[in-house]
Design a protein around this ligand. Structure first.
Ligand SMILES: NC(=O)c1ccc[n+]([C@@H]2O[C@H](COP(=O)([O-])OP(=O)(O)OC[C@H]3O[C@@H](n4cnc5c(N)ncnc54)[C@H](OP(=O)(O)O)[C@@H]3O)[C@@H](O)[C@H]2O)c1
Length: 292
């Protein structure tokens, strides 16, 4: 089965490339700029037609949440219109499409974990553009799966785990918000789940949540777990002090609660996401090994 991934250097694209080696039935092909450029209308369609895949995983996105507030047209072009073009080109090529989406489609006012059917109400441009992408993909290709994930980290690219490790190397303490709750997700686990879904070859026409399992946490508690693993792996570790969102102003408003319930995915594909603490431990261990 030929699987085309959009983007090559993103956290998920790199995780898919690594984990696909464990799936001999899957031939993975990844395309990035300049050949596939979401800011150029028609570019995605041309690349997909030429590659003739069985499944397209649209992992490329404008993920800079704060920057999106200043560049809404670019965010909508990349996250919505290009996603729709990818889905339509996949349909034209007879391929299914997996569209990655985000917990930021929710406003965070709900109490418990969000199910796929919970009402959406994004608070910022990034969330609105990703929600528009979901809608365009649903309309363009009946063989779609919308997969919402959250708080993604990995050994690759830029992410919260790497920022905390870097911060501990230069500061004597870290201050991290303690009033936003969510589901930290290893991109490697996300890749494993997506590959299981693609191999199953079923479940199209649905929206799923796929995020790290275990108890809901805050950015502050997540940072403390990262520091504990740094200490265990001989990396600099410093105390983490809680602050409120109001003390850390950002351009984009984030949801206070964006914990995702991934049980629909587990029931559909028999794939359970690992506990986020175990996965965070693996990523910190790997980063420590690579830094040694
Ligand atoms: N990161 C998170 O915390 C998070 C949370 C929820 C949902 N998600 C969603 O999960 C998916 C994967 O996220 P990620 O963390 O892997 O993202 P990432 O590390 O920021 O990577 C984004 C990718 O998009 C590509 N890209 C950006 N602009 C492009 C353009 N104009 N044309 C073509 N490619 C372009 C980049 O290309 P290059 O390969 O050229 O660098 C890169 O591969 C995204 O759909 C994101 O919205 C992420």
């Amino acid at each position: 089965m030929k699987v085309l991934v959009t983007g090559t250097e993103g956290q998920l694209a790199r995780s898919l490339a690594e984990r696909a080696r464990l799936h001999p039935g899957i031939e993975l092909l990844a395309l990035a700029r300049p050949k596939l450029d979401f800011e150029v209308p028609g570019s995605a369609a041309a690349a997909i037609t030429e590659a003739a895949p069985d499944v397209v995983v649209n992992a490329a996105a404008f993920t800079a949440v704060d920057q999106a507030e200043d560049e809404p047209e670019r965010a909508f072009r990349i996250n919505a219109d290009a996603a729709g073009e990818v889905a339509a080109a996949a349909a034209q090529a007879g391929a299914a499409v997996v569209q990655l989406s985000t917990d930021y489609v929710f406003d965070g006012q709900g109490d418990g974990p969000y199910s796929e059917d919970a009402p959406v109400n994004p608070l910022g441009v990034y969330g609105r553009s990703k929600l528009a992408g979901e809608e365009q993909v649903r309309a363009a290709n009946p063989r779609h799966a919308i997969v919402r994930t959250a708080w993604v980290y990995s050994p690759f690219g830029r992410n919260f785990v790497k920022s905390m490790i870097a911060g501990a190397a230069t500061r004597d303490r870290l201050t991290v918000v303690d009033d936003q709750r969510g589901s930290p997700t290893s991109a490697l686990d996300l890749a494993d789940g997506l590959l299981a879904m693609i191999e199953a070859g079923a479940g199209w026409g649905e929206t799923y949540h796929l995020a790290g399992a275990g108890e809901a946490t805050t950015w502050c508690d997540f940072a403390r777990e990262i520091m504990a693993q740094c200490a265990a792996n001989h990396l600099p570790a410093v105390p983490v002090e809680p602050i409120r969102t109001e003390d850390w102003p950002t351009r984009a408003v984030r949801p206070r609660n964006s914990v995702l319930d991934s049980s629909r995915f587990e029931e559909a594909f028999g794939f359970a996401m690992p506990n986020w603490r175990l996965s965070a431990r693996e990523v910190v261990e790997r980063l420590a090994r690579e830094a040694a």
